[in-house]
Design a protein around this ligand. Sequence first.
Ligand code: IYR
Length: 217
Amino acid sequence: MHPLTGFPKYPPDEMARRAAEFYREIKRRRTVRDFSPRPVPRPIIEDCLRAAGRAPSGANLQPWQFVVVTDPAVKREIRQAAEAEEREFYERRATPEWLAALEPLGTDWRKPFLETAPYLIAIFYKNFDLLPDGRKVKNYYAQESVGIATGFLIVALHLAGLATLTHTPSPMAFLNRILGRPKNEKPFLLLVTGYPAEDARVPHITKKPLEEIAVFV
Ligand code: IYR
């Protein structure tokens, strides 16, 4: 153990200003489904991934794997596989209740953004790691940890000026096949990122107010 260094000590008014400023910024974030093909410099994505990698995790085992896809042929393969699953979902698997819940978002099985957006970041969680000799090392709270890292990544991309879409075709096992990932890596979600299209449209949605999402006891 060694002393905690570099922890900022802001006066309360500075803390309040910073909290309010972050809220004002993150309030602007919208999930986008219409992406521009405009390229995004790779170092931006790399820094956002570094930020994601700073997330806390069970026993600090960092049970995540990010696979960044830019190759148009791989994107096309992912789109085709995702659309096949999504078609099944929208036309057969989804309950009427689920479809009704999605209605305001205007989503359907078509996922052109999987080819249009410059980056698809496939995020995997690992319940265990595999050592080179084949032994397994157990990870703890893998899904929670990867959920937190994904949150960091979404915020980092937003702050960098990029739009994101958390896409969850289900099931997502095709990602292991297409991306050649080992079986201990389970797909968590597909994060689509890039600039929004000039004519991007978003649904009218509301967020619950503080009183509905938090209690102080
Ligand atoms: N995976 C499907 C359906 C879908 C499900 C939820 I929950 C959403 O918030 C949005 C979509 C799709 O991506 O269209």
